[in-house]
Design a protein around this ligand. Structure first.
Ligand code: SF4
Length: 410
């Protein structure tokens, strides 16, 4: 039982670990975004916003998994407002339920439902560009054991995205929802980098905004050079587990086709090219021993990247659906370490405007966990200065780019 009220980041961590029940007083069909089961399945929860004085925190709260059904939290509505009630302490936390964007109900000019092209996860737009992940189609299947992509792409979202559909959806998301960041990801595909190029080019030149890519690592470094020339602002590399035994056991496809080292090499190369804080290493906390997760955070920040730490969610339909959800105390320790490692390595966090990711506890969220003292004060002052300096750069990146000359399949 938590003796003190939780701050917004602590509440976010607890919600990722235990989920919430939903009271009959809630009118989520009309007030909220529907639970959307896409890609690996991490976004399978309910989007909430936890208000706070440093920043508001967006969180995608598990509601459908078994552990959420016995959660101590209950989401309830009274009057116009929502709150989370914690049965253990009797505390009530006011929360906001973000509404679904109007464009979710529209179709592109080609007639494709816009919600089947991209999904808002927090304040960014996520688009799965490849025709599913080849790991699901090998015999025996080599898919990552926590993932449900094979069951979702082509069912809940369009398998093969048309360029014009994507441009229209990105434009609607930018103009109507204030989206600043477009994130394209792909499962395992031999040509995922070439496939991403036309999308990057079109969004940078015809929409404007920050573009991130989450693809398999490539040994061909020129792929990254070309993508950076086209305007990619961010790369993330999902290597999930730092402990090599866990990497091999839970990611059989990544182990047999790429190996963990390929992720490290790509992370280090792109972090050097794009500079501090532009690249992330994505890991899952709550499965491998905590010491390995802490080592991963130290490694990622030491190469100038920032850690994207997902709290393990035993998603319905995945092989790990019966694996226990992590403990709050362990996860709080992990995220306090995220802040400390970013501070020690001077990683600029929270510079991008209006970029809130609901699937993870962002490094920027962990500012609520900072220990008070001179070192934190210095880092926070430096972050505030970096945010000011970054403003004109970000403004420029929000505008459509002057077309680049094409030197490849773009
Ligand atoms: S690479 Fe792994 S996590 Fe990503 S889509 Fe394929 S099976 Fe799922």
């Amino acid at each position: 039982m938590h003796r003190l009220p939780l701050n917004p980041c602590e509440l976010e961590i607890d919600l990722f670990c235990v989920g919430t029940r939903v009271d009959a007083s809630c009118a989520l069909q009309s007030d909220g975004r529907t639970v959307s089961r896409t890609r690996a399945g991490l976004g399978s929860g309910l989007e909430l916003v936890l208000p706070g004085d440093l920043k508001n925190i967006w969180v995608n709260v598990p509601v459908e998994e078994d552990f959420a059904r016995s959660s101590p939290y209950l989401l309830a509505k009274s009057g116009d407002g929502y709150r989370l009630e914690d049965d253990r302490s009797g505390r009530r936390y006011p929360v906001n339920v973000p509404s679904a964007p109007p464009w979710y109900e529209r179709r592109t000019s080609a007639g494709t439902p816009m919600r089947r092209i991209g999904v808002l996860q927090g304040t960014y737009l996520g688009i799965y560009i490849s025709n599913s992940c080849l790991f699901w189609y090998s015999e025996p299947s080599m898919h990552c054991r926590f993932c449900t992509t094979g069951a979702n792409v082509g069912v809940n979202e369009v398998a093969l995205k048309e360029l014009e559909d994507v441009v229209e959806v990105c434009r609607a998301a930018k103009e109507e929802s204030g989206v600043t960041f477009f994130h394209f990801n792909s499962g395992y595909s031999k040509r995922c980098h070439e496939e991403a190029m036309p999308f990057v080019r079109a969004v940078k030149e015809r929409v404007g905004g920050l573009v991130g890519l989450q693809l398999m690592p490539s040994r061909d470094r020129s792929m990254y050079d070309r993508l950076i020339d086209l305007g990619v602002d961010h790369f993330s590399f999902c290597y999930e587990f730092h402990n090599p035994d866990y990497f091999a056991r839970y990611l059989p496809g990544k182990e047999s086709t790429l190996g963990q080292r390929a992720f490290f090499d790509a992370l280090e190369y792109t972090a050097r090219k794009l500079g501090k804080g532009a690249v992330s290493g994505e890991i899952i906390a709550g499965v491998e021993p905590i010491e390995d997760t802490l080592r991963a955070i130290d490694y990622i920040t030491s190469v100038g990247a920032f850690p994207t730490v997902c709290i393990f969610r035993p998603v319905i339909g995945s092989d790990m659906e019966r694996h226990p959800s992590p403990r709050y105390e362990d996860m709080r320790m992990v995220f306090e370490h995220v802040y400390e490692s970013c501070r020690k390595n001077r990683i600029p966090i929270g510079l991008a405007p209006n970029l809130e990711v609901s699937l993870i506890c962002q490094p920027d969220d962990t500012r609520y966990l900072a220990r008070s003292g001179w070192a934190t004060w210095m880092y926070e002052a430096w972050l505030a200065a970096m945010r000011r300096l970054a403003r004109p750069v970000m403004r420029k990146r929000m505008a459509p780019r002057v077309p680049a000359r094409c030197a490849g399949p773009c």
